[in-house]
Every structure is written in structure tokens, then in C-alpha cells.
Design a protein around this ligand. Structure first.
Ligand code: PLP
Length: 418
């Protein structure tokens, strides 16, 4: 078994033209101009290998998995479970039974909250959540806290959007049970030191859940090296389809956790008299027919990423970020939010006298797709005194020329709204 995470080339280089040729959508026009797609943190585009996986499945071996005895069911099951092995390599997990397919990061975190959280948290306990979190790593814990009465404590950030590790250490008490933190912030791009944070959490007897939605597209992830107890990511941010994601959990934790959703697939036996017994991992947490085609296509996406190499992707995005930062820094009244030294390809900014939404709408007219708004990180933006930013986020297929188009379009749009 080869671990995908370690298959990157030794010297990261990227043939961007060849990469772009894999993405049919990149050759379309928007408002009569070539599309410049810089909304990758919201969702990345999909290569033809991923699109082809849907065709192959629905045109060739569409069948429900696991229980069938016929050929199509066997083929579908093999392809579905093949992705589990691909994900194992991608995250360097020890075993495939530690990997649960979900609808995405959001559902993965809700699974941990409702299964592990409900079984292990009680009034007086404490959960640490960082100020940088996406709402999907805040709200499930708030919902549960309202029911069970535990306390949520917030890990603060400094003016660069970097987590304050001394403050983090100081937040622990003997009642701290869990740390919930993202690996990379979607709003600011900050890369968090999750390995060090895991060491500190474990020294205090707490678990750590890492939201990897924004890390997996940009850097090799090794859940065993991080020593994450739980790690979640979404397919659609890593060149895969929507509707599928993964929860990694350490086997002993998942074994001890009760099921969350009930239904087919997750049972061993069901009886009105004797009650229900549950399936082994990972099926205990996969109730109902899963997103079979999406899971299979996710496997193709991860193979595509491994073929390009995450080290090369990360290095290229670093160049794009540096170039974009330099280009927009000269714009009068523009302020970048999130200036962490360790940052993924995310550029968040506000402009004096120009609302983010206006910039987003007008720049679209010039063919440039960026995101504007609160990026599902309202507590972070409120802390920085803004309700919205513009966010350009980069992927392997973006070019330096596209950054120039973006910067020129931005200057033009700002001139129009001021
Ligand atoms: N966590 C982070 C850091 C994200 O950026 C996102 C999506 O933007 C999510 C969680 C939620 O992902 P999904 O909507 O795919 O469940």
C-alpha cells in the first residue's frame, strides 16, 4: 500500500497548462470574458477524471452496495470501498475502518458532536473552540451545549489572525474535554499548529477534533503525525464532488461511540423482541444508502491530487498568494485581513468606501469570481470589526496572469464604487 500523502515529487513543480486542460469549466466565458475562478475555498472545480467517474458508474455499474449478490453490486461495492482505501492513504490513517463517509465536513462534525459529545459531555465540562472557526465547527457544539449544559471557551487570535498559543494553554482546566479547531482558516487562510495543539490537548486529557476542510486541498495531511482524534474534510473542496466528505476517528474512540443515525447498513441484527445490534466500523456510522457515485468520484479526485502532488500544489499556491498580496497591497484604502506568516492561498480584504458585496457583484461582470460576505465565520469577522470581506482563494489551476486580471479588475471596480 502506498500512502498518497507521501507521493509528491521531491522538487515541487507544476505544469499549470496541463492541469488546466483537465478542467473543462476553465475554458468557459462569463459575461463575455474568460472565467477567472478565485472562489476555490468555497468549492474547487472538478477535473474530467472526476466527472468521468459519474459517467462510468451510472453508465456501467450503478447498483446499491454491500448487500447485493449480483455483478453490478459487486463492482459498485469494490469501487466504493476502493475509495476508502484511497482516503486511508490520503490521510495516512492506520485502518480503513477509521474512515466514515459523510455528506461533508459539516455532517462529520455533527456526527462527533451527537455521538461522542452526547455520550461524553456533561454540565460543567468545557470545550475549547478557536475564534477562527467556520460556523460548522461552532454551531453543533452550541446546540449540544444548550442541551447538556457544558461550557464553550474561545481560543483567541492576535491582530494577524494567528491563534494565541499561550492563551490556548491557559484555557485548559481539569474539566476540558475537547478542542475543536480548524487546520486552515477559510476566512483568513491561517494555518494552525494542530500538531502542537494536539500535544497540549492530550497532555490535559482532552481530545482534539481537527476541521481539515481547507487543509486537505493544499497540503499533505497525516492524521497519525498530528495525532488527531478526529479529522474531517469535504470532497468538493479537494477537486471532488459535493455531497461527500470524510470523518476520520481513532478506532478505539469510534468503537466506543454509540451510533448517531439509525437505519439500513449500520445494523447487524434487528428484532422487535431482542432489539438491534450494530454493524462493525465503519458501517456503524453509515446509515442508509450512501452517495455511492460521489464516494467513487472522490477517490478519483484524491488520485488526481496525488498525481499532481500536494507539495507542488501548496508551493504553487504560495506563489499565487505572494503575487496577489503584492498586487493588491498598492491599492489605496485596501486592508488585508489575516496576515499570518503561515498562510494558505486565501486573500481576504476590505476596501475603504467600497462594500464587499458591491465589489463582488461588479468584479463578476469582468469575469472574475471571488467570494464576499462573512464566509460562515461571523465571530471572527465581528472580532475584526467588519461584517464582510472580499476573499480571493487559489487552486492548482490558477495562474499568475489570472492574478493580474483580478488585480486590474479590482482596481477598476473600486474606482467605480467610490
Ligand atoms: N470548515 C471549513 C473551514 C470550511 O471552509 C467549510 C466550508 O466552507 C466547512 C467547514 C463546511 O464544509 P461543508 O459545507 O462542505 O460541510
Amino acid at each position: 500500500m502506498t500512502d498518497l500523502a507521501t507521493r509528491a515529487p521531491a522538487t515541487p513543480t507544476l505544469d499549470v497548462a496541463a492541469i488546466r486542460a483537465d478542467f473543462p469549466i476553465l475554458s468557459r466565458q462569463v459575461h463575455g470574458r474568460p472565467l477567472v475562478y478565485l472562489d476555490n475555498a468555497a468549492t474547487s472545480q472538478t477535473p474530467r477524471q472526476v466527472i468521468a467517474a459519474f459517467d462510468a458508474y451510472y453508465g456501467g455499474y450503478n447498483a446499491n452496495i454491500h448487500r447485493g449478490l449480483h455483478t453490478l453490486a459487486d463492482e459498485a461495492t469494490a469501487a466504493f470501498e476502493g475509495t476508502r482505501e484511497t482516503v486511508r492513504g490520503f490521510l495516512n490513517a492506520a485502518e480503513t475502518r477509521e474512515l466514515i463517509f459523510t455528506r461533508g465536513t459539516t455532517e462529520a462534525i455533527n456526527l462527533v458532536a451527537n455521538s461522542w459529545g452526547r455520550a461524553n459531555l456533561k454540565a460543567g465540562d468545557e470545550v475549547l473552540i478557536s475564534r477562527l472557526e467556520h460556523h460548522s465547527n461552532i454551531v453543533p457544539w452550541q446546540l449540544l451545549a444548550a442541551e447538556l449544559g457544558f461550557t464553550i471557551k474561545v481560543i483567541p487570535v492576535d491582530e494577524r489572525g494567528v491563534l494565541d498559543l499561550d492563551a490556548y494553554r491557559a484555557l485548559f482546566t481539569e474539566r476540558t474535554r475537547l478542542v475543536a479547531v480548524n487546520h486552515v482558516s477559510n476566512a483568513f487562510g491561517t494555518i494552525n499548529p494542530v500538531k502542537a495543539m494536539a500535544t497540549i490537548a492530550h497532555a490535559h486529557g482532552a481530545l482534539i477534533l481537527v476541521d481539515g476542510a481547507q487543509a486537505t486541498p493544499h497540503q499533505a495531511v497525516d492524521v497519525r503525525d498530528i495525532d488527531a482524534d478526529f479529522y474531517a474534510f469535504s470532497g468538493h473542496k479537494v477537486y471532488g464532488p459535493t455531497g461527500v466528505g470524510v470523518l476520520y476517528g481513532k478506532a478505539d474512540l469510534l468503537e466506543a461511540m454509540p451510533p448517531w443515525q439509525g437505519g439500513g447498513e449500520m445494523i447487524a441484527t434487528v428484532s422487535f423482541e431482542a432489539g438491534t445490534t450494530f454493524a462493525e466500523l465503519p458501517h456503524k456510522f453509515e446509515a442508509g444508502t450512501p452517495a455511492i457515485a460521489e464516494v467513487i468520484a472522490l477517490g478519483e479526485a484524491l488520485k488526481w491530487v496525488a498525481g499532481v502532488g500536494l507539495d507542488a500544489i501548496g508551493a504553487w499556491e504560495g506563489r499565487l498568494l505572494a503575487h496577489a498580496t503584492e498586487r493588491v497591497s498598492t491599492i489605496d484604502g485596501l486592508r488585508i485581513l489575516g496576515t499570518a506568516p503561515d498562510k494558505a492561498g486565501v486573500l481576504s480584504f476590505v476596501v475603504d468606501g467600497a462594500h464587499a458585496q458591491d465589489i463582488g457583484l461588479l468584479i463578476d461582470q469582468l469575469g472574475v469570481a471571488i467570494r464576499t460576505g462573512h464566509h460562515c465565520a461571523q465571530p471572527l469577522l465581528a472580532h475584526f470589526g467588519v461584517d464582510a470581506t472580499c476573499r480571493a482563494s487559489f487552486a492548482a489551476y490558477n495562474t499568475l496572469e489570472e492574478i493580474d486580471v483580478f488585480a486590474e479588475a479590482l482596481e477598476r471596480v473600486i474606482g467605480m464604487v467610490r
